[in-house]
Design a protein around this ligand. Sequence first.
Ligand code: SF4
Length: 395
Amino acid sequence: MRSAPTCLATLDTRPRKQGQVKIRSFMPGIYVHIPFCKQKCRYCDFTSFPNRLNFAEAYMACLYREIEMRGKELGTFRFDTVYIGGGTPSVIDAKYIYGLMKKIVTCFHLTKDPEVTIELNPGTVDKEKIALYARAGINRYSVGLQSADDGQLAELGRIHTAEDFRTCAELLAGKNFSADVMIGLKGQKREDVERTIRLAAECGASHISMYALTPEDGTPIYTDYLNGELPDSDEVAELYDAGYACLKSLGYLRYEVSNFSKPGFGSRHNMNYWKRGEYIGFGVSASSFFCGRRFTNTFDLDEYMKCVLSGHFPVIESEEVSEEDAKFEFVMLALRTAFGLSARAYEKQFGTDWRRDFSEAYRKTEQYLVTEGDVTRIRDEYLFVQNSILIEYAP
Ligand code: SF4
């Protein structure tokens, strides 16, 4: 059970002593959660409220306040990325996003050339919105396509059609944008996956994220899963392989199990997560990792607003990451990526040899790994089933 929000004591931002877990190897990022959507997709278990768009103005005022509060604490740090996710950030008036970015640049130091991403859903943007986003400093867009098949989109409860995606992509012509593609859908064939990827590529996506549908307990789609209507894990693996081959043939490089980009267009924000870099999250349900602590905001919209309005951080969980957990996170996150795990980077951070720290797990999984120089990666053909490999490394 979650405890009531508490005021998180001021973060300890002093440099760590030698021998403790070292932090801040990479430039930190900022995440902002906008929890509003037009309607709830059938598979969604994210924190999103389809019936509360009328709270957008009050919510954004609270977000600005939370940013100010945290800015006072972390104003001396420099941040390299901002990611505005949700929910559907593009469903609210663009003036709030403009105000949000103004608040962020006032309260935080960003690098000279920050990567600033916003998530969009087709059918929720127009020319004026995109123009205001650009004026706000947004330079990367992540568009929820999911499928090129209107029947599958309707089945998922998405608000848009494939044609809406085309229109959205036209509005983004010449800009850096990513498209989300989903695999593991009811009745989905490999040709469907390929058609969706081709649509995204034709429309100019510089980046494609290909995720497997996860039927979460409590979502309507979970019933489909229980009824055996969704592809099983072997079928999903085949869809992934088909998608991977198609992406490769179109010039998209895999840099993480679910993420593919044209050269030079990998997401800096996500790379920071996978390199175990720090980030600070704002908004309902946002999580953070900073100064050796992981902490999470309340998932309750009313509680979030009440807490911030009374001048408290809306944090419900906060814990210092132990050295053992930090080592596991480092290994797990690095092995998810195509860049793999650098023994030197591990030793620099923890002062030990990762193979010695995880000798038993390494022995059991060595056959699925390949080592070149000081870097170890999961072999290409096993990357999609990485979870069953990484589980061996869990503390
Ligand atoms: S648009 Fe995204 S956040 Fe909103 S309901 Fe659908 S999956 Fe959930």
